[in-house]
Write a protein that binds this ligand. Structure first.
Ligand code: KG4
Ligand code: ZN
Length: 354
């Protein structure tokens, strides 16, 4: 079964063709990062306009790369219908509906977060850690993206529960905001990683949010950490709007390294607690922040120490892409999603994963 998948929930216009939920025949991603960089964040109206311009060529390239000449060579069209920026989601959903109208293919709406979960099942030999075949249930996944930080326990395909998540900012959002006050620009995660690689994480003793709060043993909080970073940056002479004011790079690098190390520690501590509490048989980390080199390296050694198979997708499947949407549509078919959402599929800015 071949699915054409479309993803436009945020600032990437993406299309892919995925066979049987796992084999990626093609994957195209047109990033808008440069377009939004000068605004210091994503400008929603601009994002939807850019999706309108990019969607047709991106879909055409995905089809051509997969050697699909006729829609009849496909079995369904999957599209992200939420959560995300409504204007952006609408471009993808309407493009998918148009494709279905012209081809008589069924339309499958996919939750973007479920897409991230299923990025772990994409067939690849470049993923970090175990093979997808070793992802035994109950499987525990940490979704860490720009908009979400969620701990999900999967009992089987299409069957999962949310164990916890962030009480305030998402981890990726914290990376982006801290990068901004450090004057490192967008996208924040890679910029902090780069600066941190030259810094000393022990230079600052940052707070550990929710350390002794049994009610929130599986939740996260990043806003206090972000505020603490803001105060440290001010004391170092940095301007919160990103002005460097001649502060030496070593100062910025140490702050970035301490922040990155603390976030990685917070994420992995919660993941480990949840794994033990719920007797998980395999672990996954997915979403944009799972591209972080320190997090990947530490996760690998921590879960190897616990004897638990861990999988983190290759970098291309960590950040937003359409291949994961094709995977989620295929795996979710029999259980969670209507096989055919029809042309009345709507978009939703908020759409819980469970
Ligand atoms: O999953 P994603 O591409 O989009 C959303 O669904 O939000 O995640 C984007 C987030 C951004 O906040 C970005 O700063 C973060 O992922 N990110 C990283 C890294 N690469 C991307 N965070 C830390 N380290 C990275 N290397
Ligand atoms: Zn995402």
């Amino acid at each position: 079964m071949r699915i054409l998948a479309i993803e436009t929930s945020c600032d990437e216009t993406a299309a892919a063709v995925v066979e049987n939920g796992q084999r990626v025949l093609s994957s195209e991603v047109a990033s808008q990062v440069e377009l939004h960089a000068r605004f210091g964040g994503i400008f929603p109206e601009l994002a939807s306009r850019q999706h309108v311009l990019a969607i047709e060529p991106v879909v055409a390239r995905a089809l051509a790369d997969a050697d699909i000449e006729e829609p009849a060579e496909l079995d369904a069209v999957a599209v992200t219908c939420g959560p995300g920026l409504v204007g952006s989601l609408m471009v993808g959903v309407n493009a998918a509906k148009g494709f279905c109208l012209g081809s008589n293919l069924p339309l499958i709406g996919v939750n973007h977060l479920v897409g991230h979960l299923y990025s772990l099942w994409l067939e690849t030999d470049r993923a970090l850690g175990c093979d997808w075949r070793d992802l035994a249930f109950p499987h525990l996944s940490l979704i860490v993206s720009g908009g979400h930080t969620e701990l999900i326990l999967m009992h089987g395909h299409g069957s999962w529960e949310r164990l916890g998540g962030t009480l305030d900012d998402a981890a990726g959002e914290a990376f982006d905001k801290v990068a901004r006050i450090l004057g490192l620009g967008m996208p924040g995660g890679p910029a902090i990683q780069q600066a941190a690689s030259q810094g000393n994480p022990a230079a600052h003793d940052l707070p550990y949010p929710l350390r002794r709060d049994p009610k929130h043993a599986l939740d996260f909080s990043f806003s206090g950490l972000k505020t603490d970073m803001l105060h440290r940056c001010r004391r170092a002479g940095l301007d919160p709007d990103g002005e460097n004011n001649g502060v030496p790079p070593e100062v910025v690098n140490d702050l970035a390294a301490a922040f990155q190390a603390r976030v990685a520690e917070l994420l992995l501590d919660r993941l480990e607690t949840a794994a033990i509490l719920h007797s998980a048989r395999s672990i996954g980390i997915c979403g944009g922040v799972s591209a972080n080199a320190l997090l990947r390296e530490q996760a690998l050694s921590r879960f190897a120490g616990l004897g638990l198979p861990l999988r983190i997708p290759p970098l291309a499947w960590c950040t937003d892409n359409a291949a994961m949407i094709g995977a989620a549509a295929w795996f979710g078919r029999p259980v969670r999603f209507e096989p055919d959402h029809g042309l009345d599929l709507d978009v939703a800015a908020r759409l819980p994963v469970a």
